[in-house]
Design a protein around this ligand. Sequence first.
Ligand SMILES: NC(=O)c1ccc[n+]([C@@H]2O[C@H](COP(=O)([O-])OP(=O)(O)OC[C@H]3O[C@@H](n4cnc5c(N)ncnc54)[C@H](O)[C@@H]3O)[C@@H](O)[C@H]2O)c1
Ligand SMILES: O=C(O)CC[C@H](C(=O)O)[C@@H](O)C(=O)O
Length: 356
Amino acid sequence: MAARTLRIGLIPGDGIGKEVIPAGRRILEALPASLGLKFEFVDLKAGFETFEQTGAALPDETVAILKNECDGALFGAVSSPSKAVKGYSSPIVALRKKLDLYANVRPVKSVMTAANPIDMVIVRENTEDLYVKEEKTYDTPEGKVAEAIKRISQRASSRIATIAGEIALRRQKIRESGAPSIHKEPLVTITHKSNVLSQTDGLFRSTAREALANPRFKDVGVEEQIVDSMVYKLFRQPEAYDVIVAPNLYGDILSDGAAALVGSLGLVPSANVGEGFAIGEPCHGSAPDIMGQGISNPIATLRSAALMLEFLNEEAAAAKIYAAVDANLEEGKLLSPDLGGTAKTEEVVQDILRRL
Ligand SMILES: NC(=O)c1ccc[n+]([C@@H]2O[C@H](COP(=O)([O-])OP(=O)(O)OC[C@H]3O[C@@H](n4cnc5c(N)ncnc54)[C@H](O)[C@@H]3O)[C@@H](O)[C@H]2O)c1
Ligand SMILES: O=C(O)CC[C@H](C(=O)O)[C@@H](O)C(=O)O
């Protein structure tokens, strides 16, 4: 069989993005040759440092190379300032829209040997909601007022619910093939706040319901949860959730909260998924509090590389990476400080590469 060559863009970004993306590259390079996969890498720029150097947080060249030359990419993290900086806008948010990566898929999973195992995936809409970033500030006699548009479309709601249903079916198939799991039946939980936002979240809710009523999802259970009580239940009973589908901002917040349940943001991967293209991206940010110390947890990025491969139809390669990471966590001897250990990033990477 001829080897398949995947051309992968590498976008470290800022802060610990520069520490973890090289680990992502190394794990792809270390995959056994018997899988018939080869990789070519292209180094690409984005982030706050790039903005300071070039005036563009997401250079046109980065977008063009991803679109025209790459099969997928790994994105580290960027340091977006919390105050407005003239001309700066989050490059990862822009990239998701420019490449129409409409689904942000975030598996939150403990090892199955944990005392109370958790195994859920948050499927976050990735292109609209408050992330359309149409904001303005204006003066009134009582002082300044700022406004932001929350836009929800039937099209985006339908396609995110559809991929959530497909992911639920795929997870069920993997369980039926004997993979250990805490779930017996596939279940999608639609998260919204349509009790208050009856138009926007109301459209998300009804459209998601309609999409999941498609006969091909007849074996998938569907339920709803208002986002505030969702947070409560998520913390009380995380094992109850299989697939959670949410509008953009709720999905962003829920996934960081869920990361706390499995021990660290440094464990949780994501994939930004579009038609035939995927960008693996750890859920965490640039972590300025630990950057430069060599102690960032590389696992979220290693799992993001695997997740990217899954969406590029390379499940066998992805499974190898997941197994090597799980073996490291289950043994628990070489853990980074966010997990209570003392291992450096490099030691964790070496251990996982050895297990591959
Ligand atoms: N996708 C992205 O690019 C992305 C995501 C989130 C935040 N950000 C940006 O990152 C910057 C910092 O944001 P923040 O501090 O709120 O969130 P953060 O995710 O960077 O950090 C939150 C906490 O988690 C810890 N942490 C995160 N990743 C870790 C890892 N791999 N190993 C060990 N510990 C880890 C950090 O040390 C910190 O204590 C901000 O500028 C924000 O805009 C970017
Ligand atoms: O800081 C940024 O530029 C983007 C942060 C980003 C988001 O989607 O809001 C991050 O929180 C994430 O979960 O990917």
